[in-house]
Design a protein around this ligand. Structure first.
Ligand SMILES: [Zn+2]
Length: 104
């Protein structure tokens, strides 16, 4: 196995990063686990949701704000979690109904 060769735990992309030889910026310590900052952010959202720090709607909004490219590949476990978050329940909350009616 080549030195510094890593696999992103989110999308499975292989990339090279060596935390000790100064290959890369020190601010990019996230490269230890992820090939891109976006993968790091996806993981942060998924783990915050998994630990119930944020609600599903918040997780969904945050994932949407990342502008994840269509067709981006994920590890099957990650994909499952993202799909679960992105599913929108058809139920409309009472608050939302009022907002729709209150159009003047
Ligand atoms: Zn990745």
């Amino acid at each position: 196995m080549a030195k510094g060769k890593r696999t992103c735990i989110i999308c499975g992309t292989t990339y090279t990063y060596c935390p000790t030889c100064g290959n890369g910026n020190k601010d990019e310590s996230w490269r230890y686990l992820y090939d891109t900052k976006q993968c790091n952010q996806i993981f942060d959202i998924l783990s915050a949701y998994a630990h119930k720090h944020i609600k599903k709607t918040e997780a969904r909004d945050q994932l949407k704000s990342l502008d994840i490219p269509k067709g981006m590949k994920f590890n099957s476990e990650i994909k499952k979690q993202i799909d679960e978050i992105m599913v929108v329940e058809p139920k409309i909350k009472d608050e939302d109904k009022k907002q729709i009616v209150k159009e003047d």
